[in-house]
Design a binder for this molecule. Sequence first.
Ligand SMILES: Nc1nc2c(c(=O)[nH]1)N(C=O)[C@@H](CNc1ccc(C(=O)N[C@@H](CCC(=O)O)C(=O)O)cc1)CN2
Ligand SMILES: Nc1nc2c(ncn2[C@@H]2O[C@H](COP(=O)(O)OP(=O)(O)OP(=O)(O)O)[C@@H](O)[C@H]2O)c(=O)[nH]1
Ligand SMILES: [Mg+2]
Length: 461
Amino acid sequence: MFVEDTISTIATAPGEGAIGIIRMSGSLTIKIAETFFRGINGKSARQIASQQVAYGHIIDPDNGQVIDEVLLLVMHGPKSYTREDVVEIHCHGGPVPMKKILALTLQYGARLSEPGEFTKRAFLNGRLDLSQAEAVMDIIRAKTDASLRMAVGHLSGALSDQIRKMRYEILRMIANLEATIDFPEEDIEVLAAQDVRAAVVLLLADVNHLLLTKETGRILREGLETVILGKPNVGKSSLLNALLKEKRAIVTDIPGTTRDVIEEFVNLSGVPLKIVDTAGIRETSDIIEQMGVEKAKEFVVTADLILLLLDASLPLSAEDREVLTMLSGKQAIVLVNKTDLPVLLNLDEVYTYIADTKVLKISVMEGTGLPELEQMIVDMVYGGEIAQKEGAFLTNLRQANLLEQAKYHLEATVATIDEGMPSDCIVIDLKESWDKLGEITGDTVGEDIIDQIFTQFCIGK
Ligand SMILES: Nc1nc2c(c(=O)[nH]1)N(C=O)[C@@H](CNc1ccc(C(=O)N[C@@H](CCC(=O)O)C(=O)O)cc1)CN2
Ligand SMILES: Nc1nc2c(ncn2[C@@H]2O[C@H](COP(=O)(O)OP(=O)(O)OP(=O)(O)O)[C@@H](O)[C@H]2O)c(=O)[nH]1
Ligand SMILES: [Mg+2]
């Protein structure tokens, strides 16, 4: 029998905290814990029932020294996170006790775990599928309550269940087709192919619906990359501060105040906004400001959303015209700021530069128009082609690419049927889409991909 080695790590964040947890998993776990844990009334780690906690001390066997007062949690596989034997040592949350206890586990037979290795074992031992394992990390990295809700839904199987249903449906089609392959009468094969065709068309509708979630899913997970653009002194940093509800960026009436790029996360009704305040776009001889302007222009390329500020109290300038031309092909909102001042801006001229870009009048100073801006952005994220807040989303590029490929093979299936090809050809296309869907859940995925996914996890997870 192949016995996995035993892994160990500090599972809690490093540094000072109330409690620190050292977690071990593998066949030697309980034996290792026995060597240095002394429970109350002389209880050993082996005498603790599964999923029970015992109070006691960690003693260094080399010198009998008490290292810390702890709680020991024992979970016998398969009733554990990894489905292996797991022991957690809950000690005081200081770097020294945590490191000393970790060192003891390593000294008595464990090895330091790699990032994501506990969850990888949970996956390899079948407690989680790959999309659920990805959701574990999405929970840890969730930026807002809406991101968290999506990730928790995925951990409970919202996405996997849907993929699994699709795969089951494809398998059923393959079985039906294979049953006809050896049939002498050709019309039976033709009839079966037509049944499959109808079923594939239905399945494609589900696939397309799920594909529509990929933007929302990505934004909930990573944040909507938003860049604030505009000429110097128009109020960009004031807007950043207003959205953040804190004085993050320096605001002065001196044009050219912001010279570098400032990035912050803002929670807009659950939508995580990764917001970038930039140096005002203008020709400048200040070399540092110039670099800031270049950086601002680079951000425009990758941004999901541009917030372009204009100054209502000034006529349109050459700099305004330059930034307005940067909007073409981008999702943007034009914000006419400082509407608390007498208006000198000619809006009609602004409209000549933009096609269907939304325009909103605001005053950052007085706070007017900001709730409307917030609503506009939230609607952009949720209100696109689908209005979905719960359920299955595609959350990363890996999943989206695989579903696109599954779709491609399903469409090929329809084409193969329409060309009057025999059942075994149709089965080949179906099998391809079945495989691609299986890569999402990890049922049909190579070791390199698995490694690549889990190494992105944090240490101890
Ligand atoms: N202390 C501690 N807190 C934690 C975790 C942990 O491992 N340790 N978790 C982990 O990251 C999360 C909780 N997730 C968990 C998921 C499954 C099992 C588990 O033991 N499951 C078994 C037994 C279930 C049962 O009682 O029947 C199973 O599914 O078979 C434990 C924790 C968050 N909090
Ligand atoms: N009257 C009025 N003044 C505003 C408004 N918003 C910002 N200001 C003022 O405009 C000046 C410039 O604001 P900033 O936020 O520093 O402008 P900026 O676009 O970041 O400027 P740079 O960093 O130099 O590119 C400050 O004096 C702000 O108080 C507004 O809505 N109304
Ligand atoms: Mg600024």
